[in-house]
Ligand binder design. Sequence first.
Ligand code: FAD
Length: 303
Amino acid sequence: MKTLLIGEYRQGKLLDTTYELFGFAGQLGAETALFLVGTDSQLPAYGGTLYLADVAVCGEYSPELHKQLVLEAIKKENPDQIVFLHSSYGWDLAPRVAASLKVAQVSEVVAIQEGGYEVGCCNAKMRRTLKPATAQSVITIQAGAFEGVQPGGAPQIVKLAPAGASNVEFLGYEPAEEKGVDLAKAEIIVSAGRGIGKKDNVGIIAALAKAFGGELGASRPVVDAEWVSHDHQVGTTGQTVSPKLYVACGISGAIQHLAGMKKSEFILAINKDKDAPIGEVADVLVVADLLQFVPALTARLSQ
Ligand SMILES: Cc1cc2nc3c(=O)[nH]c(=O)nc-3n(C[C@H](O)[C@H](O)[C@H](O)COP(=O)(O)OP(=O)(O)OC[C@H]3O[C@@H](n4cnc5c(N)ncnc54)[C@H](O)[C@@H]3O)c2cc1C
């Protein structure tokens, strides 16, 4: 099986998430070739074939032009799968490529199953397994779902040049609003999940964060309910964090949350359900009612 992996380059840098594509291909046991609109001066640590188009000519974002270049690489490589990251770049480009090739697309894959791909459904409460019905297919993988793997080595470059001009003008990036809390720098994060039950209980989790000398984090439902502000949210649509200690209080461990915190050095989870999926990544899972356990732990730490 052969894959063409579509790497990403942004604001003068090769994105680390590019290596997650190799993690995915490794799990499939597939051969790889890589496509990138980037530059000679920022090459990936990869010893295989790299289809490289010059970002100075093609721009960092130009769907029509990049699609044309990806299609050219596909023509040369004839891969079974064309694999994108499920990022703003990938989710824009992938369906254009799939439509041009008239092949199946499976989006936001979180795991590989024998004979198919797992994707989230029902607001990520469940997963369904899909199998493309065409021999060739386009896949997007969810950020954080596959471990980044650096194959190492220097690529054999095949240069690609666009045939025409772009039909959109890329005006640039706008920095996100300044965040109130920078969780990315925190060494200790104590996060509140839906299991805290109500807004009034945020204080219990915030007190534990304070006793640890850490920051308050949260899962998305807690933010959606406006119990805490979005700058506290951890996960794919929040911040990606890697503290020394991450304490997950009443958080089930949905893939979108795990993607944001599973690189933490030590994970302590407090959950009343011993089978909660957070247990799969936690170093310690305390099976308890957080409303009893968390204040007791805070009191002990504060002694
Ligand atoms: C496109 C998309 C993007 C998303 N982005 C994010 C994101 O960035 N971050 C994020 O977090 N989610 C995100 N989500 C939502 C995600 O799929 C989950 O719905 C969410 O993470 C669940 O949050 P939770 O674990 O707090 O709640 P739940 O899944 O409802 O889990 C609550 C947990 O609390 C436990 N519990 C209940 N009461 C107690 C108690 N008294 N004591 C101890 N434990 C208790 C339960 O056993 C359960 O495990 C996203 C979803 C989608 C579709």
